[in-house]
Design a binder for this molecule. Structure first.
Ligand SMILES: Nc1ncnc2c1ncn2[C@@H]1O[C@H](COP(=O)(O)OP(=O)(O)OP(=O)(O)O)[C@@H](O)[C@H]1O
Ligand SMILES: [Mg+2]
Length: 366
């Protein structure tokens, strides 16, 4: 006897049973166990359900959609399948309650070395996550050269809101707060540890941040006081280390990376910037050598997140307040930055999932 006769109407339980064979490609659990399927409705064979992602910037959404359609489509009597998407970004439960502001995940963009593109990565990753639908803040903690206001195109100083807290400027969908709002352009400040600590904590508590999914922190160069202070003042979910392909940059970046490890901040991975100069004819020139990012990731035993080509438009975007993911979204550099943002979001999701369930990681991304 066939399991489902001609007159047997399709039931939500059957849809859920089918989806229980579809894996979340990064968490390696099925969608039903992960509680990601909601609002299953069936009307005359038209099936509709919502998949709630762990990040709106999910890089493997397409894979999940294909697998879910195949699984549900194999059920008898299914005429059409409509999938709606939603996302609920969660934080690491172990870090919950340690932040004086509502942010689920704090991600530090850092390097032991100056001028490698930390701010460029921080700004573009923040915008890319916001474009995907996440609630994103960008905190410029660079005490030596706070330049994110310029990069984001914010030329005014923030004002106080009705509750006495400062209203952070919003640009390209991202809430921004910067050390730059407190110093004049040509003013040099010597920060001492406790002073810096106090300032950073105020930037968290005295600024009227929205409830954020991600707070991206643009770190100052070096491995000194500032790193220590920022890591202590904030419950950092993970650090992303930016490096150039050349060996000397690698050594500095390695020091920065080890600094986070000493402070027990997880290192999410390494990003290599200015990997090659893309010529108009499509050929590539290795300006700063080759392979340093991968080598660093391998030597330190952390993931390699991706590489960004050198393109004049990246600098222009930063100088004009129109970062490349906004001004030239189809460029190789912008596409690389969007993929890097998705990869970071996915790694944070996996890390939070592991912390929630205390399962042994079987993570393999990219
Ligand atoms: N992929 C790229 N292609 C072209 N120019 C780039 C690229 N990445 C960064 N730049 C440019 O290089 C300069 C340094 O970048 P950025 O300010 O992001 O580095 P940083 O590591 O934050 O520096 P600092 O240590 O001073 O904070 C900027 O002018 C920026 O526009
Ligand atoms: Mg910078």
């Amino acid at each position: 006897m066939p399991l489902f006769g001609k007159n047997d109407a399709l039931k939500p339980e059957q849809v859920l049973a089918a989806l229980s064979h579809v894996q979340e490609p990064e968490l390696h659990r099925d969608l039903v166990t992960l509680n990601m399927v909601q609002d299953v409705t069936i009307q005359n064979g038209d099936v509709s359900f919502t998949i709630v992602l762990t990040t709106p910037a999910c890089p493997l959404k397409g894979v999940m959609e294909k697998d879910a359609r195949a699984a549900v489509g194999a059920l008898p009597g299914v005429k059409s399948i409509q999938i709606k998407w939603d996302a609920r970004v969660q934080g690491n439960p172990r870090l919950q309650g340690q932040m004086p502001m509502p942010a689920q995940n704090v991600i530090a963009i850092a390097s032991g070395k100056g001028g490698v593109g930390k701010s460029t990565v921080a700004v573009n990753v923040a915008i890319a996550l916001a474009q995907a639908g996440a609630k994103v803040g960008l905190l410029d903690a660079d005490i030596y050269g706070p330049n994110t206001p310029m990069m984001m195109g914010v030329s005014y100083r923030p004002v106080g809101g009705p509750d006495g807290r400062i209203l952070p400027p919003r640009a390209h969908g991202v809430q921004l707060y910067s050390m730059g709002f407190h110093v004049k352009d040509d003013q040099a400040i010597i920060w001492r540890g406790p002073m810096l600590d106090k300032a950073i904590r105020q930037f968290l508590s005295d600024v009227a941040w929205d409830a954020l999914d991600y707070l991206i922190v643009d770190m100052p160069p070096g491995t000194g006081d500032a790193q220590l202070t920022v890591s202590q003042a904030m419950a950092v979910a993970g650090a992303v280390i930016v490096t150039l392909p050349q060996a000397v940059s690698q050594a500095d970046a390695r020091r920065g990376l080890e600094g986070f490890r000493q402070m027990e901040v997880p290192v999410l991975g390494v990003v290599e910037n200015m990997s090659y100069l893309l010529m108009p004819d499509g050929s590539k020139i290795d300006v700063f050598g080759q392979g340093g990012g991968r080598a660093l990731a391998e030597a330190a035993g952390v993931p390699f997140i991706g590489e960004i080509p050198m393109e004049p438009q990246v600098r222009v975007g930063g100088d004009t307040g129109q970062p490349i993911v906004i001004s030239q979204p189809d460029s190789a550099a912008a596409r690389a930055l969007v993929a890097i943002a998705q990869d970071i979001a996915a790694r944070v999701s996996v890390q939070n999932f592991m912390n929630q369930t205390n399962v042994i990681p079987i993570m393999e991304i990219g």
